[in-house]
Design a protein. Structure first.
Length: 342
C-alpha cells in the first residue's frame, strides 16, 4: 500500500480448488458434495463442509448473478413437515402477508419445507448464492442445519429465535402476554379448574404461552401444573385433551395454545358429553379461520399473522437495500376476541 491514497486489495474469493486442498480431497469430490450427490461417504461430506465453512466458500452456481450481486429471489424456510405446513391456517396467513409485500417488489419467493435435514441441504442452498435473503418461520431448538446457515444470507425470523442473540431480526407477538390474557379471561368468568394444552416446548411460542398461563394462575393463587404438552396439530391436541381430562375429570376451563389444536380439544369434549361453554369454557390462540369454522366459534387471542408476514418481508427488503437502521426486535399487539366458546 502506498502512502496517502492507496487502496488495499480485497482478498480473492476462495475457489473450489482451495476447498479441495483444505479437505484433502479432489476437486470433483468437492463438486459432488456441493451439488448434494448421495455418492460421497459421510465422513468426506463432513470434511468438505468443514472446509467450505472455514474458507467461507460460495459455490460457483451463483456466478451468473455476481455482476449484480443479486438473484431477486428470497427463500421462505419452514422447518416443518408438509402436513403441518399445508394443514395449519397460521402458515397460509403468514405467506399471504409475505406475498402481499413482495408483490410490490421484483423478488420471487422460494419455499423450502424441511422437517429434518440430515444432509444439510437447507444450509447448502442458503449458502450457495441462489437467494438474496431468507424468511424463517416455525423454527425449533434442534434445527441444526438452519442455525449453521445463519449469517450465510440476511435472515428475518417469524417468532423469537430459539437461539436468540442481539443480531437476529425477528417479528413476533408477546406470547407471554397473550397466554396471560387467555387465562385471565377464564379466571374472570369464574372458572375454577383451569388447564392448558401447550404447543411444542422446543419452540419459543410454545414456551412463552405456557409461561403466560402459569403467571396468570399463580397470581390468582391457583395451581399452575395443570398442563399437557402437544405439538400444534389436531392429533396432538386430541391426545393431550384426553390425558388432561383423565387427570382432571371436572375441568371447567381450558386454554389451548392454538386455534387448530382447540378444534381437536372441542371434538374430545363433544365425545365426552361436555357442553361448551356451559360445562367447560375454551379459549384458543391465533384468531385463524379455524376459530370461526369450528362447531362452536372460538374465543381466542388474536395475533395479526398476515401483518406479521408483511412486516417480515418488509424488514428483509430494507436490509437487502442496505438500510442499517432496521430494528431487531419487532413485537406486534394481541387482543382477546370473544365468541361462543368462553
Amino acid at each position: 500500500m502506498h502512502g496517502g491514497g492507496g487502496v488495499t486489495a480485497r482478498p480473492a474469493a476462495p475457489t473450489l480448488e482451495a476447498v479441495a486442498r483444505e479437505a484433502n480431497v479432489s476437486r470433483a469430490t468437492v463438486s459432488r458434495v456441493v451439488n448434494g450427490s448421495p455418492k460421497v461417504r459421510p465422513d468426506v461430506v463432513t470434511a468438505v463442509n468443514a472446509a467450505i465453512a472455514k474458507l467461507n466458500y460460495v459455490p460457483n452456481r451463483a456466478a451468473r448473478s455476481l455482476a449484480s450481486r443479486t438473484t431477486d429471489a428470497i427463500a421462505l424456510v419452514v422447518p416443518e413437515d408438509t402436513t403441518r405446513f399445508f394443514g395449519d391456517p397460521y402458515f397460509a396467513a403468514i405467506v399471504q402477508g409475505i406475498t402481499r409485500r413482495l408483490d410490490k417488489s421484483e423478488y420471487l419467493l422460494n419455499l423450502l419445507i424441511s422437517t429434518n435435514d440430515p444432509g444439510r441441504k437447507t444450509m447448502r442452498y442458503l449458502r450457495s448464492g441462489v437467494v438474496d435473503g431468507a424468511l424463517v418461520v416455525s423454527h425449533h431448538e434442534g434445527d441444526d442445519s438452519l442455525w449453521e446457515a445463519v449469517g450465510a444470507v440476511p435472515m428475518v425470523f417469524g417468532g423469537r429465535p430459539s437461539r436468540h442473540s442481539d443480531s437476529e431480526i425477528y417479528v413476533d407477538v408477546d406470547n407471554v402476554e397473550g397466554g396471560m390474557t387467555a387465562t385471565e379471561h377464564l379466571l374472570a368468568i369464574n372458572r375454577q379448574r383451569i388447564g392448558t394444552i401447550t404447543g411444542p416446548l422446543d419452540m419459543p411460542a410454545g414456551i412463552d404461552r405456557l409461561e403466560g398461563f402459569r403467571r396468570a394462575m399463580e397470581r390468582a393463587g391457583r395451581p399452575s401444573d395443570t398442563v399437557e404438552t402437544a405439538d400444534f396439530t389436531v392429533a396432538g391436541a386430541v391426545a393431550a385433551t384426553r390425558r388432561l381430562l383423565t387427570r382432571m375429570p371436572d375441568l371447567d376451563g381450558l386454554f389451548v395454545a392454538s386455534d387448530l389444536m382447540a378444534t381437536g380439544a372441542l371434538s374430545v369434549l363433544r365425545e365426552r358429553g361436555r357442553r361448551v361453554p356451559e360445562d367447560i369454557a375454551v379459549v384458543g390462540f391465533d384468531d385463524s379461520p379455524a376459530a370461526t369454522s369450528s362447531a362452536i366459534p372460538l374465543t381466542t387471542v388474536h395475533q395479526p399473522s398476515a401483518d406479521m408476514g408483511f412486516a417480515m418481508a418488509d424488514l428483509l427488503l430494507r436490509v437487502l437495500s442496505g438500510d442499517n437502521t432496521v430494528p431487531r426486535r419487532n413485537i406486534m399487539p394481541t387482543r382477546l376476541v370473544r365468541r361462543a366458546s368462553a
